[in-house]
Structures are given as structure tokens and as C-alpha cells.
Design a protein. Structure first.
Lengths: 222, 418
């Protein structure tokens, strides 16, 4: 479960300070599939970066599974992300020197898993997203859709408590976008909590709940 | 901090980053490391080798392994036959050459008419009476012949002249020093020694890296004894060549133990080195170290720039790694290991170049410096010390930029924000 209280994030540009999140109170229950939607510049990605612990809020509280994350050091946050969270980025964010399998296996090894077990789990995860035949390929040898699926495989291999996805279909064609979304739906059916940021209405509507945001504030929950 | 897990992940990343990065990038970085290694080892090695070459030349051409010479208070080595008998009895000695030494003046062109104000064609020289065969066995004197032919034991009134006694080889004109003009093999010159004048024929001209040889006239020992009126067989110096692998210090100590030091000065080639040579070796070593230190700083800056650019261009991926939970330490270790790889690869190739190519090549074809056959002096111990310094400097130069990038905000790195 994610819970935020009066979450604010501002950015300084010289003397000027821009408030991007203006006190957001949010609650995502365990097992929910939530889409955060809004127009460009509304603050949806900024909100996701805060609740996924990739960024530091200016003020306010974030609780994940009843843990006060604002009390954590950067190292503790890194460890928390490794153990509890999974990420799917808009531009896939695969490491170019690692094969699909190595990209997936890396966080598993970092969790202290044995090599054999980690590689087995990584291969299973890639199989789940339909990339069994591409495990030895480098990201540059994969199509955009395949890279995004490899990115999903990396995000879910360690069975995270929450899966964050930032515009996962923005760089994909229709076919690939549908494949990615059907993967999310399948994961959600298995009980996976998913928080997805998107500006594409057709994919946002596939989520269980839509949080609409504008000008740094939640303007509606559907 | 730097836990086993972080090392494991760091190694995992480093290996793949090196293996899958551009071959040109790897070649460039390794080339920089090789050149830096060579700069560290070869520059100082040549500087020291320049002097070491001179020292070796003195050993090879003049003193040999042990030099037995006249004590300062005496005019010759007393009871020389007994000294020579002691040398002949020592199985560790390969050969030896006894030398009679006298001071003389030599004159050329004395049969020609001179104007009153014309400077005579005259020079001062040391005359060395030798057995041409034994001297050749000990110092290889015949190999330094640049004109004419070598002496035979039966040669009479024939001499070899050192090149620096001839204007042709040493075109210097100074008030305290003069050389002979118009002298070549076959030329007759007049030798004045202890008031006795003798006309002799130049049989050959000797040129070596050693000034003592270039400033001498060589003739057979029997003729010098008769010319100088020496009634005894007491010689002035004996150069002793040892069999391969024999320690000169041990032979010197044994000879001193037999009482030879009562009648002569017994020294190894190292003992006989003038102090200024030892000072020059130390000075050149210092100079070499200073140049090497600059090379080390340049290498550190180069590797810093290379790793910094590499880390800057990979900043996004460093951010992603942190984002998915890879610890900063593991990422830093991956850069440290990459730096270590470049340093060790460059150093190993450098070692091969130095010990398999340069050292044997320069030993076979020494660098022709005016006063020395320059060699490359690179003792393994100091080479490994320099290699260790290079590796440590490279690791730091790789670690610092990696740490700078890793410490940046994770999201800023992912999004490329400043």
C-alpha cells in the first residue's frame, strides 16, 4: 500500500521556485492497478518519481507498506527499491552492454541470490514476457517492443510489491503497446500492485483506477 | 560498504563493459597505459643506462673485472712476478694483462721545415707497454681499431695511437692541450720518454668510449721496458678478467687475503669507479624519477579524463542502475576494476616490450652516445615498483570520476538533468 500526505515538490531555477506538486494526498491499495493521468506538465511523472522513491519530495510524507520513507537515507532507499519495487521506464532503460538475460539477472544478483537461481529466475521472467528466444541478445539487437518487454521482465523478476511504469507505451507502436498492456493486466490478475503513468486514454482505461492530476493536484479519481 | 556482494556486482558490470565496449576505445586506453608505462620505465632506464654504459665500457675496455694498480706512494707494483704468479694460480681467473705505464711526448712532422713562430706538432701521452695477445684477451683492444692493424708481440718500433691524440678525431685547440696533425697508419712519429728519443711507426689507431685508452699510445711491453730503462719486471697495473659467474668481490678479498694489498691496490671494477661516476648515476636516477613522476601525473590525468568522459556519457545508465537498486559502491567498484584492467593490461604489454624487445635490442645495439654505449637499465624490482605506482594512480584516477557521477541524484542522472 502507498499513502502520501501533503506531498509537495518544487524546483528552483535561480531565484525562481516552481511548485510542481502542490500537496498531494494519495492512497494506492495493495493489488490495485492504478493509472495516473493528466496532460503534459500536469505533474504526473513527478508524482510517480516521488512515490517510487526515485526523487526526494520537498515536503510531505510517503508511506509504503507502513514504512515512512522520508526517514530513509539514500542508501536505504536504494535497498528498498531493490527489494520492494520494480520499474518500467518510457525509454526501456536497459543497460546497453548487458544482454536481455543479464539485464534481468543483475538486480537478482544484487539481492544476493545465487548465480544459478538468479539466471533461472531471469530466464523464467523473460519467458513470461515472450522473449525466451532473445535472452542472449543485446538491447541494440531488440525492437522497441522487445526492449520494453525485457524491461518488464527485469521489473517483475524479483516479484516486487509494487510495479511502477512511466509512460510504458509512449515509444511503442500499437501492436507492441497492446502486448505490454496485456502483460500488465495479466500481472494484475496475479495480484501485482501496479502504478502506471500514461497520457494515452485507451491504455489508462485498462487500469482498475484512474487518478487524474492537473497543475500539481489530484483533480479526480475514477 | 565494499562488501563481497558489491565486488561481485562490480566485477559483473566491469567485465561486460570492457568486453562489449568499442575495441577502439579499449585499444586507445590500453595504448595510453603502455606509453605511460614505457615513459616510467624506459626514460629513467635510458638515463641510468647512459652512465651504466660508460661504467660497463670502463670495465670492458680498461679495468676488466678486477684492477690491480700501483699504490699512490710507489712507482710500480713491487714484486710483480709474485703477484702475477698468484693470479695464474687462481682457477677463477680467466686471463689477465700486465701493463707498464710511462709518460711521454710524441711529435709528428719533425722532419719538415718549420717557421720560427709555428707551433710544433707535439702532444703529451701516456704510453702503455702491453703483451698485445693477453691485452686483447682481457679487454678486446684489437676491436677498437679504427685504422691500420693491431700489434703483434714481435712488432718493434711500432705503436698504436689513441684517437684523442690526433686532431682528426679530436678537433679541439686549447692552450693546455694539443693534438697531432697529419698522422695516419704508416706515419713516423718521435717518442720522447725519460729523455730518450725513439722514432716509431704508427701501426694503427685505437678509438674507444674510454678516454684513458683514447689518450694512450700502446707498444709491446718488451720495447717499453727497454725504452724506459726498466731493469725489473715490476708492472704498473694488471687488469684481471674472471671466468663467467665468478663474484669479483670474492676474488678481490681472496687476493687481499694473500697479502697483495701490501704491494698493490686491489679493486673490483666497482671499487675503481670514480666518485663522480657514482654521483652521476645517482643524479641521473633522480632525474629519471622526476621525469617518471611527471609521466605518472600525466597518466593519472589522462585516465581521469577518459573515465570521466566514459562515466559522464554513461550517467543515464548509472542513474538507471541506482534506480533499479544497484548500490553506488558496486558501480564505483566496476569503474575501479575497469581502471585496474586497463592499467594491468598496459603494464603487462609494457613489460613484454621492455624485457622481450627493448632491453635485448638495446643490449645488442647500444645507443651510441659520445662517451658511452647507452643501454637500458630496468631492474625488475624498480620496474614492479613503478608498475604498482601506475596501477594505484590509475585506480584513483578511475575511482574519483566514478564516485563524482555516482553521488549525483539518481533521477537527475536518469533524466540527464544538471
Amino acid at each position: 500500500m502507498i499513502e502520501t500526505k501533503n506531498l509537495k515538490r518544487s524546483f528552483k531555477n535561480g531565484e525562481a521556485e516552481t511548485l510542481v506538486l502542490k500537496g498531494v494526498d494519495l492512497r494506492v491499495e495493495t493489488g490495485e492497478f492504478v493509472a495516473i493521468m493528466g496532460r503534459s506538465g500536469a505533474g504526473k511523472s513527478t508524482l510517480m518519481y516521488q512515490i517510487s522513491l526515485l526523487d526526494e519530495p520537498t515536503s510531505g510524507e510517503i508511506k509504503i507498506d507502513d514504512v515512512d520513507t522520508h526517514l530513509m537515507s539514500p542508501e536505504e532507499k536504494t535497498q528498498f527499491r531493490l527489494q520492494k519495487l520494480g520499474y518500467v521506464f518510457q525509454d526501456y532503460a536497459l543497460i546497453p552492454e548487458l544482454t536481455a538475460l543479464e539485464n534481468v539477472v543483475l538486480p537478482l544478483l544484487m539481492r544476493g541470490m545465487g548465480k544459478k537461481e538468479a539466471y533461472l529466475l531471469a530466464a523464467e521472467s523473460l519467458e513470461k514476457v515472450g522473449l525466451r528466444d532473445h535472452i542472449k541478445q543485446l538491447p541494440s539487437q531488440l525492437s522497441g517492443g522487445e526492449q520494453q518487454r525485457a524491461s518488464i521482465a527485469r521489473a517483475i523478476a524479483h516479484k516486487p510489491d509494487i510495479l511502477f511504469a512511466d509512460e510504458p507505451t509512449a515509444n511503442l507502436d500499437n501492436e507492441s503497446s497492446k502486448t505490454v498492456m496485456s502483460l500488465f493486466l495479466e500481472l494484475h490478475k496475479e495480484g501485482q500492485t501496479i502504478v502506471m503513468v500514461t497520457h494515452e486514454e485507451q491504455y489508462g482505461r485498462m487500469a482498475e483506477k484512474i487518478i487524474r492530476i492537473d497543475d500539481g493536484q489530484i483533480i479526480g479519481i475514477e | 560498504m565494499f562488501s563481497a556482494l558489491n565486488y561481485r556486482i562490480g566485477f559483473f558490470l566491469a567485465v561486460r563493459q570492457i568486453r562489449r565496449s568499442s575495441i577502439w576505445t579499449n585499444t586507445l586506453i590500453v595504448s595510453v597505459m603502455i606509453l605511460t608505462f614505457l615513459n616510467l620505465v624506459v626514460v629513467s632506464g635510458i638515463l641510468v643506462g647512459l652512465i651504466q654504459g660508460a661504467v660497463d665500457a670502463v670495465r670492458l675496455h680498461y679495468t676488466s673485472d678486477i684492477i690491480i694498480s700501483t699504490p699512490t706512494s710507489k712507482s710500480s707494483i713491487e714484486n710483480s712476478p709474485a703477484v702475477i704468479a698468484a693470479l695464474a694460480a687462481d682457477p677463477r681467473i680467466d686471463s689477465y694483462s700486465s701493463r707498464y705505464l710511462e709518460g711521454a711526448t710524441v711529435e709528428a712532422g719533425y722532419k719538415e721545415q718549420h717557421k720560427d713562430n709555428e707551433k710544433p706538432n707535439i702532444a703529451s701521452a701516456g704510453v702503455s707497454g702491453i703483451n698485445p695477445q693477453t691485452e686483447d684477451r682481457v679487454t678486446g683492444l684489437s676491436t677498437y681499431l679504427v685504422e691500420g692493424s693491431y700489434l703483434l708481440p714481435t712488432d718493434y718500433d711500432q705503436v698504436l695511437v689513441g684517437a684523442y691524440l690526433l686532431k682528426k678525431y679530436l678537433p679541439i685547440d686549447s692552450p693546455g692541450f694539443s693534438t697531432l696533425e697529419g698522422v695516419a697508419p704508416g706515419t713516423k712519429i718521435r717518442l720522447t720518454l725519460n729523455g730518450v728519443q725513439r722514432e716509431v711507426t704508427v701501426k694503427g689507431i685505437i678509438k674507444s668510449k674510454i678516454d684513458e685508452i683514447n689518450m694512450r699510445i700502446f707498444m709491446t711491453d718488451s720495447q717499453l721496458r727497454s725504452l724506459a730503462g726498466r731493469s725489473t719486471y715490476n708492472v704498473n697495473e694488471i687488469a684481471v678478467k674472471l671466468k663467467p659467474g665468478v663474484d669479483p668481490n670474492a676474488v678481490r678479498d681472496a687476493l687481499i687475503g694473500q697479502g697483495l694489498s701490501r704491494v698493490a691496490k686491489v679493486q673490483t671494477y666497482a671499487d675503481a669507479e670514480p666518485k663522480f661516476i657514482k654521483d652521476m648515476i645517482a643524479t641521473f636516477a633522480l632525474l629519471g624519477n622526476m621525469i617518471s613522476s611527471i609521466g605518472l601525473v600525466v597518466a593519472s590525468i589522462t585516465i581521469f579524463i577518459v573515465i570521466f568522459i566514459n562515466a559522464i556519457t554513461r550517467r543515464k545508465f548509472i542513474g538507471i542502475l541506482k534506480g533499479i537498486g544497484i548500490s553506488g559502491e558496486a558501480i564505483e567498484i566496476s569503474y575501479i576494476l575497469q581502471s585496474f584492467f586497463y592499467a594491468i593490461t598496459g603494464s603487462i604489454i609494457g613489460l613484454i616490450i621492455v624485457y622481450a624487445v627493448l632491453q635485448p635490442l638495446i643490449a645488442a645495439h647500444p645507443i651510441n652516445f659520445p662517451f658511452s654505449d647507452g643501454i637500458l637499465v630496468a631492474p625488475l624490482s624498480s620496474t614492479f615498483l613503478r608498475m604498482s605506482l601506475l596501477i594505484v594512480a590509475t585506480i584513483f584516477a578511475g575511482y574519483i570520476p566514478a564516485r563524482m557521477i555516482v553521488r549525483k541524484n539518481t533521477l537527475d542522472s536518469i533524466l540527464g538533468r544538471n
